[in-house]
Design a protein around this ligand. Structure first.
Ligand SMILES: [Zn+2]
Length: 372
């Protein structure tokens, strides 16, 4: 299988994030992607290549140009405004109740992008869990190019391609970043496939979290079906979306399928959900499935509460490939760094129709060398 990787992700150098107001060591760190890269290189069965530059149009096909401009200038604004911070996080968010009782016209007029960087981050951001640093924009742009290069490979005839995207993307909505995500790599990939082929696309999201951004972007679309298996939002980020009764509207009615799972979900629970998801995906005509691949479903993940093991990832990869469609597989979350490489290797070998032989020396060591 071809792997698309860019070292530009290292520019998004995150060490601290905030969780419920407290600074904590960051989860979405550069080491994650390097662990996966090292394991796939050691495997020997994956061919690596860099991304090609696809420019801005595929991004603004999905995202508000205002969001792109904000992310591009955010860090220079932090510096220009003399803010003494190692990362940008919002001070206030425009909570909808701030405008309660005002007419839609008044809200449109008043709820406009502020000047202060801490207000702008609130205007475009969902939460305080997506610290923005000097290299965030170039890394997020590179992640999009990684995803689009994987699309090129698959549209060029490859059965499957894996884009080692970092930062991840599925929480980013049309006009909003958040949850470690800046541009929605999977949504940009799906949109590019629809435009190139004129065919429908299904997205299978197997990250632990609901991909609220992907759901929002395609909510009214009849040509992109979003199917997500995730932790129930009653107990997990993004809290406000991800329930089973969110099914889409308009042309998109019935095209959104959420399969929220209980805490402690086992391999068996998970595979049953995968089978339901694949059934829904096979109803969609089209040759390509985009996979939002997360490993925060792993039993030892520090921010998840499922009980999955490495072996199940191999099985899920096999079941995704058994659909007989081509796969654009894009990395999302997964925060237990020692296991990330092995879990990715297991999933991708499954998708590749290859057996999985655990390599205990790779991926499980805490001391693995990290580039950059
Ligand atoms: Zn996640």
């Amino acid at each position: 299988m071809q792997v698309v990787y860019s070292p530009t992700h290292l520019a998004h150098d995150i060490t601290v994030e905030t969780f419920m107001g407290l600074p904590v060591p960051a989860n979405e760190v550069a080491e994650r992607a390097e662990k996966i890269r090292a394991a796939l290189e050691a495997d020997g069965g994956f061919r690596f290549q860099g991304p090609t530059d696809h420019g801005e149009p595929p991004i603004t096909a999905v995202h508000d140009p205002g969001l792109v401009r904000f992310l591009e200038v955010a860090w220079s604004e932090v510096r220009r405004q003399g803010l003494d911070r190692s990362f940008l996080s919002a001070d206030t968010y425009p909570n909808r109740q701030m405008f309660e009782g005002m007419s839609p016209d008044a809200v449109t007029r008043l709820a406009r992008e502020p000047k202060h960087a801490a207000g702008r981050a609130g205007y475009w951001g969902l939460d305080s869990a997506a610290p923005l640093v000097a290299g965030t924009y170039v890394a997020a742009r590179a992640a999009v190019d990684v995803a689009l290069t994987a699309v090129d490979l698959v549209l060029g005839g490859a059965t499957a391609a894996y884009g080692l995207c970092r930062p991840p993307g599925h929480h980013a909505a049309r006009s909003m970043y958040g949850g470690y995500c800046f541009f929605n790599n999977a949504a940009i990939a799906a949109e590019a496939i629809v435009r190139a082929t004129g065919e429908g696309v299904a997205i299978l999201d197997v990250d632990y979290h609901h991909g609220n951004g992907t759901q929002q972007i395609f909510w009214r679309r009849g040509d992109v079906r979003y199917v997500s298996i995730h932790a129930h939002p009653d107990r997990a980020y993004p809290y406000f979306l991800g329930r089973a009764d969110e099914v889409g509207e308009g042309d998109g009615a019935g095209e959104n399928l959420n399969l929220p799972l209980r805490a402690g979900a086992t391999n068996e629970d998970y595979l049953a959900a995968v089978d339901r998801a694949m059934e829904a995906i096979l109803e969609v005509p089209g040759a390509v499935i985009v996979v939002s691949l997360g490993f925060d479903t792993y039993g030892l993940d520090p921010i998840g509460d499922f009980a999955l093991t490495t072996a199940v990832y191999h099985e899920v990869g096999q079941r995704a490939a058994a659909a007989g469609r081509r796969l654009v597989i894009l990395q999302e979350g997964g925060y237990h760094r020692p296991s990330l490489g092995e879990n990715a290797r297991a999933w991708l070998r499954g998708a590749d129709g290859r057996a999985f032989d655990p390599l205990p020396a790779v991926g499980f060591g805490e001391s693995g060398a990290v580039a950059g």
